[in-house]
Design a protein around this ligand. Structure first.
Ligand code: P53
Length: 475
C-alpha cells in the first residue's frame, strides 16, 4: 500500500489559553476562558449557565499560568523541531492583540510576541497553522456587547483578523477561523462568550451567535484572499460520526439528526448556504437567526479553502429517552458504545470511526481535509527514573494513524496533514486539569498549580519522531 503524500504536514496542536499563561503580561486583557475554573463549576461556566465575570477566591483558574509557554516557547518549539514537526497549530490570544476588543489600535507587544514565535518556528522549518479564535473572546466584549449574540462582534473580529493577516503576511499561510465552531451549541460561553439569563431562549441565542460567527468567518475569508491570494483558510469542526445504538430505524434517524447538528456548520462554511434541513427546523422552531441582506451572499461567495476537524471518538445515539439519559457527563455527551473501550475520562476509542469520519467529510464536500486534533488524554505517572512510559498513547496514535492512512491510500481522501492534540502537556479544555495529559513532552505541574514547569520527553517522543521521519511508514 502506498503511503502519505510527500508533502504531508505532520505536527502538533495547542491553544493559547491552555498553554501560554502570562494572562496579564505585556498588556494582555482578560478573556472568557481565563475565567473557567477547575472543579465542579467549570461545566456550568463553559455552558453559560453560571456567570463568572471575575476571578474569585473560591476557585482555581488554570489558564492564568497555563504551562507558561509565553516565557518558554523557544524551548518548546525547539523540542517540536527535534521531533521533526512540519507544522505547528497554535492559536492567537485575541486579548494580546486587542486587550478589550473594541480599541482602534492593536497592542504592539502582543504582535511582537507572535512574530517572534513564528520566526522561531521557521528556524526549524515548521509552518504555523493559526487558529484565530480558539474558545477565546475578550471579556470586555462579553460584558459590553454580550459576546457573539451581538452582531457588532463581526466587525471587531474583522478588525482583529485584518491586523493578523497584514502583520503576519509572509510568516503564516494556513489559518482557521473558529475552533470547533459546533461546540457553540454545547458550551456557548466557551465558544462564543455568551451566557444566559433565566428568561432567555437559549436555542435561539445559540443559533444567532452561530450565524454571526459563520458570517464573520466568510467575511475574513474574503479579506484574507484580498490581502494574500496564497492564504489558505479553513473551518474547524469537533468531528466524530454518530452511530445509531441499534438498527432500529428510529435510532438511525436520531443518529442522523445528531450528525446534522454538527455538519450544519461545515455545510454553511463549505457549501456557502444554510442546508434545507436546517432552514426547515429553525423556522419550525421559530428560531431562524436574524440576518442582514448581505449575509447570504457573503456565505455563498467566500467558502473556506479546506476543512479541518478534531477527532477523539465516535458518538452514539438512541431514540429511546430512557437510554438517552445515560450520557457520560462530558461537555459533549455521548452514549456508551458496547463495542468500544474508553479512555480514563470515558472518551471511546475508535480508530475505524476515524476512517469513517474522514470518509463522511470527504464524501460530503470533496474539499481537502486537515486533521488538526487527535490524541489520548491519560493519567501519566513518571517511573522511578522520572520517565513516562506511555505505551498506551503510542497504541492509540498508531491505530489512528493507521486508520487515517487507510482513508488516504485505500479510500482516496485528500488530506493535507495531521496534528496531534497537545504535543506538550497542557490544561484540559473540558476539565481544567493538568492531569489529563496528551503530550509527547511531560510538564511538571499538577491540578493545583504546583510543580517546576520543567519539560521532559516521554517514551512517545521518539516514537512520533520516527513516525514523522518515515512519513507515517514506521508505526
Ligand atoms: P480536553 C469536547 C469534545 C471534543 C473536543 O479536550 C473538545 C471538547 C472540549 O472539552 O475540545 C477540543 O482538553 C478542543 C481543545 C481540547 C481538546 O479537544 O477536554 O479543541 O481545546 O483541549 C481535548 O481533553
Amino acid at each position: 500500500m502506498m503511503g502519505f503524500p510527500e508533502k504531508f504536514l505532520w505536527g502538533g496542536a495547542t491553544a493559547a489559553n491552555q498553554c501560554e499563561g502570562a494572562w496579564n503580561v505585556d498588556g494582555r486583557g482578560l478573556a472568557n476562558v481565563d475565567l473557567a475554573p477547575t472543579g465542579k463549576d467549570r461545566r456550568a461556566v463553559l455552558t453559560g449557565e453560571q456567570k463568572m465575570l471575575d476571578f474569585d477566591e473560591a476557585h482555581y483558574y488554570p489558564a492564568k499560568e497555563g504551562i507558561d509557554m509565553y516565557h518558554r516557547y523557544k524551548e518548546d518549539i525547539r523540542l517540536f523541531g527535534e521531533m521533526g514537526f512540519k507544522v505547528y497549530r497554535m492559536s492567537i490570544a485575541w486579548t494580546r492583540i486587542f486587550p478589550r476588543g473594541d480599541e482602534e489600535e492593536p497592542n504592539e507587544q502582543g504582535l511582537e510576541f507572535y512574530e517572534n514565535l513564528f520566526s522561531e518556528c521557521h528556524k526549524y522549518g515548521i509552518e504555523p497553522l493559526v487558529t484565530i479564535s480558539h474558545f477565546d473572546c475578550p471579556m470586555h466584549l462579553v460584558n459590553t456587547y454580550g459576546g457573539w449574540k451581538n452582531r457588532q462582534m463581526i466587525s471587531f473580529f474583522e478588525k482583529y483578523s485584518r491586523v493578523l493577516f497584514e502583520r503576519f503576511n509572509g510568516l503564516v499561510k494556513y489559518w482557521l477561523t473558529f475552533n470547533e465552531i459546533n461546540m457553540i451549541l454545547h458550551a456557548p460561553f466557551m465558544g462564543a462568550g455568551v451566557y444566559f439569563e433565566p428568561e432567555d431562549d437559549q436555542e435561539k441565542i445559540k443559533y444567532q451567535a452561530a450565524h454571526h460567527e459563520l458570517v464573520a468567518s466568510a467575511l475574513v475569508t474574503k479579506l484574507a484572499h484580498e490581502i494574500n491570494p496564497e492564504y489558505q483558510i479553513g473551518c474547524m469542526l469537533a468531528g466524530g460520526d454518530t452511530y445509531p445504538m441499534t438498527c432500529d430505524p428510529k435510532d438511525v434517524w436520531q443518529a442522523k439528526i445528531e450528525d446534522r447538528s454538527n455538519y450544519f456548520f461545515t455545510d454553511v462554511h463549505v457549501r456557502g448556504y444554510y442546508p434545507a434541513y436546517a432552514v426547515k427546523e429553525l423556522e419550525r422552531k421559530g428560531i431562524f437567526p436574524e440576518t442582514q441582506p448581505e449575509d447570504m451572499e457573503l456565505l455563498n461567495k467566500y467558502p473556506v479553502d479546506f476543512i479541518s476537524f478534531s477527532y477523539y471518538a465516535s458518538r452514539c445515539a438512541s431514540a429511546d429517552p430512557e437510554i438517552s439519559k445515560l450520557t457520560d457527563g462530558n461537555v459533549l455527551a455521548s452514549l456508551k458504545n458496547p463495542y468500544l473501550k474508553a479512555s480514563e475520562w470515558g472518551w471511546q476509542i475508535d480508530p475505524l470511526g476515524f476512517r469513517i469520519t474522514l470518509n463522511t467529510l470527504y464524501d460530503r464536500y470533496q474539499k481537502p481535509l486537515f486533521v488538526v486534533e487527535n490524541g489520548l488524554g491519560a493519567l501519566d505517572v513518571p517511573d522511578e527514573k522520572g520517565c513516562v512510559m506511555d505505551d498506551y498513547r503510542i497504541d492509540y496514535l498508531r491505530a489512528h494513524i493507521q486508520a487515517m492512512k487507510e482513508a488516504v491510500v485505500l479510500d482516496g481522501v485528500d488530506l493535507l496533514g495531521y496534528t496531534t492534540w497537545g504535543p506538550i502537556d497542557l490544561v484540559s479544555a473540558g476539565t481544567g486539569e493538568m492531569s489529563k495529559r496528551y503530550g509527547f513532552i511531560y510538564v511538571d505541574r499538577d491540578d493545583q498549580g504546583n510543580g517546576t514547569l520543567n519539560r521532559s520527553k516521554k517514551k512517545s517522543f521518539d516514537w512520533y519522531k520516527k513516525v514523522i521521519a518515515s512519513n507515517g511508514e514506521d508505526l
